[in-house]
Ligand binder design. Structure first.
Ligand code: CP
Length: 304
């Protein structure tokens, strides 16, 4: 049992990931276990969130712990100029665990280096989103019956998308074949393609979102073009509607295909897909509750 921060999905070995998936399954079977009674968990969200914050907080509440924190840094003393270091030092005195989202890449790693209590990275800029990855892995495993040898097609903002960066690294344990569908401006960064090459993982890049690509996929992982990551909004306007998945585009897809999306969506998945049995993004978000319960217990060293 670990009792350490979770900053990057690479903090976990393949065995630890599989162990966490087992625990996630146990929490899905029974999410109401009073194993965190007496614990205080801080959720510090310097960037907006719906799913991640609320599912972490639900996770704590269902486990009998208590939550402190903020969802809007403008209401905290960071708006008066208090540094991240001082904020973390303070909250470390109050809570047993910090769950933190920040707009700066590396902020969670930095926090973990100065904090006396574990940090869970709930997303740091365009870098990593490891708890999202655990719920994505669980969703893939549940829908495919395996994590091994799958065709994973990632679509949209692969440059700034922290969810695809984390997922790519986690899936590297399971011999995937990746298809990266992105416009030139939002291609998968070189460092992640180099990671694939070093780990003998096959990938192909596409700029067109075609039915031929969709029909080869086991998992179609759609992503939002993230307005908040662009410094030049003219560049955002050029690519914001680059790909939209419509229901009829799934007509020739594999029976086992599932459409995932970390959410929120803007317009990259048409509403007519929602009723297709291959649409899995809302169940995927629900799985986040169980995956996050498993993560919290892991980093706190809590037996379940
Ligand atoms: N998937 C995800 O991180 O969603 P939120 O931004 O709503 O937390």
């Amino acid at each position: 049992m670990r009792k350490e921060s979770l900053v990057s999905i690479t903090d976990y070995s393949k065995e630890e990931i599989l162990d966490l998936l087992e625990k996630t399954k146990k929490f899905e079977e029974n999410p109401n276990r009073r194993v965190l009674e007496g614990k205080v968990i801080a959720t510090l969200f310097f960037e907006p969130s719906t799913r991640t914050r609320l599912s972490f907080e639900t996770a704590v509440n269902r486990l009998g712990g208590r939550v402190i924190g903020f969802s809007d840094a403008a209401t905290t003393s960071s708006s008066k100029g208090e540094t991240l270091k001082d904020t973390i030092m303070m909250v470390s005195n109050y809570a047993d665990l910090i769950i933190m989202r920040h707009y700066l890449e590396g902020a969670a790693r930095y926090a973990s280096e100065i904090s006396s209590i574990p940090i869970v990275n709930a997303g740091d800029g365009a870098n990593q989103h490891p708890s999202q990855t655990m719920l994505d892995l669980y969703s893939i495993y549940k829908t495919q019956g395996t994590l091994q040898n799958l065709n994973i097609t990632m679509v949209g903002d692969l440059k700034y998308g922290r969810t695809v960066h984390s997922l790519l690294m986690a899936m590297s344990h399971f011999n995937p074949t990746f298809h990266f569908v992105a416009p030139d401006e939002l291609k998968m960064p070189e460092e992640y393609k180099e990671f694939c090459r070093q780990n003998n993982i096959s990938y192909e890049e596409h700029s067109d979102f075609t039915e031929e690509v969709i029909n080869r996929a086991d998992i179609l992982y759609m992503t939002r073009v993230q307005r908040e990551r662009f410094t030049d909004l003219i560049e955002y306007e050029k690519v914001k509607n680059v790909y939209t998945l419509h229901n009829q585009m799934l007509n020739g897809s594999k029976p086992n295909l599932r459409v995932l999306h970390p959410l929120p969506r803007v317009n990259e998945i048409s509403y007519d897909v929602d009723d297709n049995p291959k649409a899995y993004y809302f169940q995927q978000a629900q799985n986040g509750l169980y995956a996050r319960q498993a993560i919290i217990c892991n980093v706190l060293g809590t037996e379940i």
